[in-house]
Design a protein around this ligand. Structure first.
Ligand code: NAD
Length: 554
């Protein structure tokens, strides 16, 4: 994999003066740059932000053109971005999104990795993952809170509300997976994390997401068992291939309580096959992609078989949204789905309340602005102790990457309240410049992904993809600043469709009106989707918030 022509180092502009004609355009410009900040992106020279090959723009020429167009864009114009490439500017109106984005979408029968790669090689498309191509990735913090919530739910389900005295075994220290060690230690547990790329281990230690590295498996187990016995939180990185290390730890009868995985299994070319040296991997994958993908799938089958072995031995085992069970089954391993995905196991009850990964970034670049918004969230929801614990720990332990940002899961009603309060803070000058308010595509109403967010829906509607399309249409109709519709994020080609929105709080009454509508209607599509699927909790939330359900309310 060579450096993309035209590559250069970029970083978001900071401060209160803008170079675009409005703050929505300026926010899109800053967030696009921020996604490619070397502090934020995994491989910025190739425009890869996170998640295997999730890109912010198709190529550097497209990046330059998007930047130029955003600067010129009027408040009644909309820029169209087709898989990371700006293709048109249309006259719309001031409530319309300033940017509409569609990434990696393929017609059903063509929605496969080989066809996608063929089109990508022709320069016709780009993989946008979820927040890479929709310009609202905020570094590993973005996933940290979701991971913290998930491990908290594991603790509540099996271990009396804390992971103290337990050992979690997982793999992958990339953009998302790098959150795992800190999420485990925030829940007071011990984590052993296997990673084949030494630079990822160093990076997570540098960002204080990972405590230490072990020289080998013996040392990792000794460190883990001592910390567990002392009920002391500790995270340990181990260099190795998970397809070899997990079966070896199972064979040794390692005392593991929880097992999951966040290698880039959704893309077989981003999973290191057993028997291939890390140093040779990129050349091998480029030279023989089909053979490399086949060997990766076989390795995933061995990896998943070890996870099933740990489940058989009594551990809490779950798929963490990377499609590793699907790939293992494709390689012929028939017990791959013997453990659940994390959404049906832990997250769906939150989705029923319209809860999801609400996030915001301070366009000023000033950490004091995030400190002010943190206080505002605590003031808005004084009774939510779980939220207060998260904000407290995040302030203490999360190192900002790129523009200062914060994430917390908020539900129906809460998001609109927070957005309006943030807009007031911008209007009064308590926050020094506008805020970009968005979310992950992994949200209550914005995704169809049968191996992850919509696995095992109560009515069997896992693969119905009308919902994310309706969600995108709703946010675009409600005043969002930019809206995106993607394919293949998280779990890979042919397996998901999902949508995103970002809305800008610039302190104006118009922004307040838009924020109130977008941040009410966006989670409402999730409440509606879950009520429609037969979740009584969601129906109750709909009634409480006055969301009409024609086929249920009559
Ligand atoms: P990434 O590409 O940044 O990192 C993956 C890491 O796995 C890399 O550091 C790579 O070196 C390592 N790796 C690959 N093969 C390995 C092997 N055989 N043994 C050990 N390490 C190996 O990806 P990411 O952004 O961290 O995402 C990880 C996965 O999680 C992806 O499949 C992604 O789609 C999925 N994901 C999950 C969620 C969620 O909420 N659960 C959200 C987004 C993405």
């Amino acid at each position: 994999m060579t450096t993309t022509p035209g590559a250069r180092t970029v970083r978001a502009p900071r401060g209160t003066a803008r170079t675009a004609k409005g703050w929505a355009q300026e926010a899109a410009l800053r967030m696009l740059h921020n996604n490619l900040d070397p502090e934020v992106a995994e491989h910025p020279d190739r425009l890869v932000v996170y998640g295997g090959s999730g890109r912010a723009a198709r190529d550097w020429a497209s990046f330059e053109a998007i930047t130029r167009e955003l600067r010129a864009l009027a408040d009644d114009e909309t820029l169209l971005v087709q898989s990371g490439r700006p293709v048109g500017v249309l006259r719309t109106h001031e409530w319309a999104p300033r940017v509409l984005i569609a990434n990696a979408n393929l017609v059903g029968d063509w929605a496969t990795w080989p066809e996608f790669r063929r089109l990508e090689a022709l320069g016709l498309t780009m993989y946008g993952q979820m927040t890479a191509g929709s310009w609202i990735y905020i570094g590993t913090q973005g996933i940290l809170q979701g991971t913290y919530e998930t491990f908290g739910a594991v603790a509540a389900k099996r271990f009396g509300g804390t992971l103290a005295g337990t050992i979690t075994l997982t793999a992958g220290l990339g953009g998302m997976g790098g959150a795992q060690p800190l999420a485990v230690t925030m829940n007071e547990g011990v984590a052993i994390v296997v990673e084949c790329d030494p630079s990822r281990i160093e990076r997570r230690i540098a960002h204080r997401y990972l405590d230490t590295r072990a020289g080998g498996l013996d040392e990792a187990l000794a460190l883990a068992e001592r910390a567990r016995d002392e009920r002391r939180p500790l995270s340990i990185g181990v260099l190795g291939n998970a397809a070899d290390v997990l079966p070896e730890l199972l064979r040794r009868g390692a005392p593991v309580d929880i097992v999951t995985d966040q290698t880039s299994a959704h893309d077989p070319l981003a999973y290191l096959p057993s028997g291939v040296d890390f140093a040779d991997w990129a050349d091998y994958a480029a030279a023989r992609p089909e053979e490399c993908a086949r060997r990766a799938r076989e390795s995933m089958a061995a990896h998943v078989a070890a996870m099933v072995g740990f489940a058989d031995a009594g551990a809490e085992v779950f798929d963490y949204g990377n499609s590793i069970r699907g790939e293992a089954r494709a390689a012929g391993y028939d017990r791959a789905f013997d453990f659940p995905g994390f959404v049906p196991a832990y997250i769906r009850p939150l989705f029923c309340e319209g809860k999801g990964p609400f996030r915001w970034a301070a366009l000023s670049g000033d950490p004091a602005d995030i400190a002010r918004t943190d206080r505002a969230v605590l003031e808005l929801f004084p009774d939510n102790t779980h939220l207060a614990r998260w904000i407290g720990m995040a302030r203490e332990r999360v190192a900002f990457q790129g523009l200062p940002a914060r994430i917390c899961w908020l539900g129906q009603g809460e998001r609109a309240a927070a957005g309006l309060r943030f807009n007031e803070l911008v209007a009064s000058g308590e926050v020094s410049a506008p805020l970009a308010i968005g979310r992950d595509h992994l949200d209550t109403g914005s995704v169809a992904s049968p191996y992850r967010e919509t696995e095992a829906m109560r009515d069997g509607s896992d693969a119905i993809a009308d919902w994310p399309l309706l969600n995108a249409l709703v946010t675009a109709s409600s005043g969002a600043s930019w809206v995106s519709v993607h394919h293949g994020g998280g779990v890979g080609m042919g397996r998901s469709l999902h949508a995103g929105q970002v809305s800008v709080a610039d302190g104006t009454p118009l922004a307040a009106a838009k924020l109130e509508r977008v941040l009410t209607n966006d989670p409402a599509t999730g409440v509606i989707r879950h009520a429609d699927a037969g979740y009584a909790e969601a129906e109750e939330v709909a009634h409480r918030h006055g969301i009409r359900l024609p086929m249920r309310d009559g």
